[in-house]
Design a protein around this ligand. Sequence first.
Ligand SMILES: Nc1nc2c(ncn2[C@@H]2O[C@H](COP(=O)(O)OP(=O)(O)OP(=O)(O)O)[C@@H](O)[C@H]2O)c(=O)[nH]1
Ligand SMILES: [Zn+2]
Length: 351
Amino acid sequence: MRRYDKNADEDDIRTRPGRRGSRPRTRIRPKHEDAAEAMILTVDRGRMTCLVDGGTKDERQVVAMKARELGRKGVVVGDVVNVVGDLSGEPDTLARIVRVEERSSVLRRTADDDDPYERIVVANAQQMAIVTALANPEPRPRLIDRCLVAAYDAGMEPLLVLTKADLAPADELLESYAALGIDYVVTRADQLETVGAEAVREHLRGRTTVFIGHSGVGKTTLVNALVPEHRRSTGRVNAVTGRGRHTTVSALALRLPPPPGAKPGSKKALDPGWVIDTPGFRSFGLSHIDPSRVIHAFPDLEPGTEGCPRACSHDEPDCALDAWVADGHADPARLYSLRRLLATREASEGD
Ligand SMILES: Nc1nc2c(ncn2[C@@H]2O[C@H](COP(=O)(O)OP(=O)(O)OP(=O)(O)O)[C@@H](O)[C@H]2O)c(=O)[nH]1
Ligand SMILES: [Zn+2]
């Protein structure tokens, strides 16, 4: 290997003159001072589409792969990375990702509760939109609860998006989430084009929201309305795979159009919010969930856990929350909701 030759690249072995003489110092990584910052929009079999100079007139999409120095570290949609090499974005060029910035949040999933293997699906989202149809298919409250637990565990704010309001009312479902104080928005496809899409966008401005929902809830219809420049095919036969419906393979980050009336170049116009569309989740394994992270989403209950036994699940007889709530420190409905969420960690039929 050339790296340790006498004629090794300066980047690989640097000399540091001074006190200890001029011993070559190995293992100093090249600094990549020419690297550009980029956001990962999608990942397809080891090829990442990155947005370079986002929000400027030089904005372009560059295809890149991981540099060897990243090792096994994964790169996921939403990651902010450093890229080097050919950053022109011309066809057939390939850049290299040399660094992944620290993530502010990660959404993990396990395929099943018994599956210890977890994958990070999305990085740096601040909000999780849980898309549920009010009818056809029927809402699945346990699945919603599992998504909520995953959101709280990931440190994301949940947003309930209730679709197909033309088929059934939302009141009853919203009632069962009232104690959680979750932000929500109700939609119907026949009004998305007029007022509906902008009403949803108002919940998404200035941050990144990952959209999850199982097949048939109308997520594609919704995302297409939110990001009209991006029309993902619905229900079309794929000529290559012959599959009856389109299947989304990777998550995909999409920028919202600027709000109506935003001045070009203004912060509102440049930071209109991002939607990360994800493939339909069949289940949401929760084996990696840590109850102590979930309870952060209940700041009103958190002080009551001081008297809990070590590693309390907060759903066991010795949990201090019962007495604390009985003493009037918090609303019993909140504890009930927390327990309901924590109980979803145990899988049951139909999740
Ligand atoms: N009645 C009614 N039907 C809707 C609404 N939104 C979507 N649909 C229909 O519901 C079906 C599923 O919509 P999609 O947008 O494809 O749902 P999806 O969640 O993306 O599902 P997959 O494509 O399977 O991942 C389609 O036939 C839509 O036309 C709505 O608000 N009201
Ligand atoms: Zn407890």
